[in-house]
Design a protein around this ligand. Structure first.
Ligand code: FAD
Length: 404
């Protein structure tokens, strides 16, 4: 795969829909495009259509704060996200497209003994699984992030941190465009402004896909529609353990570089990262109510500003440039749903909630493998939708929360 140069240029204009495809991917976000890339470039399956109701990667891929990491709690999750981080490490070279990958490490702050104990558990699991992770004391926190306010005191006193040297960021658009460009170069059709409205089924198979531009058929279907995963699955008659919550973020005006790591605090429900443009990207937890809306709120702006000012009080006169929201498809255990569905030719890449950008390459790679071979690889098996019936949950709430 390495170093194959595909010239820069526009993604081809949306063509007319053909009557039938070998594979139809619903959702032209990072996940759908990554799957299209692996199907076409690795498995040689090129009679593929990506159907995107809006514009390319304009959903949560466009709205996320780009935290990439593998410091989860369960061995199943660590193994999966570790493969994701490794694919990011070589992605610019693999795609011949600069995704502005910056592996500057993630520092998560502990403000209580209980948090420190849970950090030790995560650190030991991460080391066992071969990731770079350790619990650090306050002195090391100071060295890693010299501008952090360590005199907060009270309930927000910093007692230590979880240092994950593998933690990184990348440019979200570049990831999606890089995959789209290579998939299109192999003949994958990318249909923008093409919304899936319903399905025809025969027995346990999807036979027809109804869109606003006509009806098509597909040998295999992959669903990767971000915040709308619950709704689209329902159109196919599949009930998923997913509820929608808005998730917001905001950025400040550009500043000189001062923040060399990703910093997050679960207690303050706030995390910060400085973008390559110098803006401070600030995010936190989901809104506390279910809603399918991308409106941002004053409440959340004040909450995120408060958290950021606890950690970096000198930001108090800095202006905010933008605030936005995405609709996130949250599962009860904060882990994704990947693999088979009750329909034999309908595959799921869902439940990415607040944490799915980091999984874009590995989900695309492994879902493409699933479709190409008809077999769910071992690394995806724990994420099967039936885990909610079998009580085989992968609880990652503590390791996700405000760290994303
Ligand atoms: P999307 O990018 O949402 O793509 C799905 C596409 O499907 C959309 O473009 C949509 O228009 C399309 N679609 C929907 N319905 C239909 C239909 N009926 N027909 C055709 N197309 C349809 N994750 C991290 O790992 N790190 C982070 O730091 C992080 N921060 C986040 C911050 C915010 C504010 C938000 C909102 C999310 C964040 N996430 C983060 C989560 C991450 O953005 C998502 O999990 C990830 O982008 C999901 O990618 P996707 O391709 O599955 O979905």
């Amino acid at each position: 795969l390495r170093s194959r140069h595909v010239p820069y240029g526009d993604i081809p204009k949306t063509p007319d829909l053909k009557r039938a495809y070998d594979v139809v991917i619903i959702g032209g976000g990072g996940h759908g495009l990554a799957a299209a890339y692996y199907l076409s470039n690795v498995h040689g399956i090129t009679n593929v259509a990506v159907l995107e109701k809006g514009y390319l990667a304009g959903g949560n891929t466009a709205r996320n704060t780009t935290t990439i990491r593998s410091n989860y709690m369960t061995p199943e999750s660590v193994a999966f996200y570790k493969e994701g981080v490794e694919l990011y490490e070589t992605m610019s070279q693999d795609l011949g497209f600069n995704i502005m990958f910056s592996q500057r490490g993630q520092l998560t702050l502990a403000h209580s003994e209980a948090t420190l104990r849970s950090f030790h558990l995560r650190a030991e699991m991460g080391k066992y699984m071969g990731t770079k992770i350790e619990v650090v004391n306050v002195q090391t926190v100071r060295e890693l992030c010299p501008d952090l306010n360590l005199d907060i005191g009270g309930q927000h006193e910093v007692l230590g941190g979880l240092w994950h040297a593998d933690g990184a960021t990348a440019r979200h658009d570049a990831v999606a465009w890089g995959y789209a460009k290579h998939a299109a170069a192999r003949g994958v059709e990318i249909h923008q402004r093409t919304e899936v409205l319903g399905f025809e089924k025969s027995g346990d198979r999807v036979t027809e896909i109804r869109t606003n531009r006509g009806t098509i058929s597909a040998g295999q279907v992959l669903q990767a529609v971000g915040g709308l995963n619950g709704q689209v699955a329902e159109m196919a008659g599949i009930k998923l353990a997913i509820r929608c919550f808005p998730l917001q973020a905001m950025v400040t005006q550009p500043l000189k570089p001062f923040l060399n790591t990703l910093v997050s605090s679960a207690n303050l429900h706030t995390y910060l990262v400085q973008s390559s443009r110098g803006e401070i990207v600030i995010g936190g937890g989901s809104d506390p109510y279910q809603l399918a809306s991308t409106r941002s709120t004053l409440d959340q702006k004040e909450h995120l500003a408060e958290g950021a000012l606890h950690l970096f009080p000198f930001l108090h006169k800095v202006k905010l440039l933008r605030q936005w929201a995405g609709i996130t498809d949250m599962t009860p255990d904060y882990s994704p749903i990947m693999g088979a569905s009750p329909l034999t030719n309908y595959w799921l890449d869902c439940g990415w909630g607040t944490w799915g950008f980091k999984a874009t390459p590995v989900a695309g790679k492994r879902m493409a493998e699933t479709i190409a071979t008809g077999r769910v690889p071992d690394i995806l098996k724990p994420f099967d939708m039936r885990r909610f019936d079998n009580f085989a949950l992968l609880n990652e709430m503590g390791a996700t929360a405000a760290s994303h």
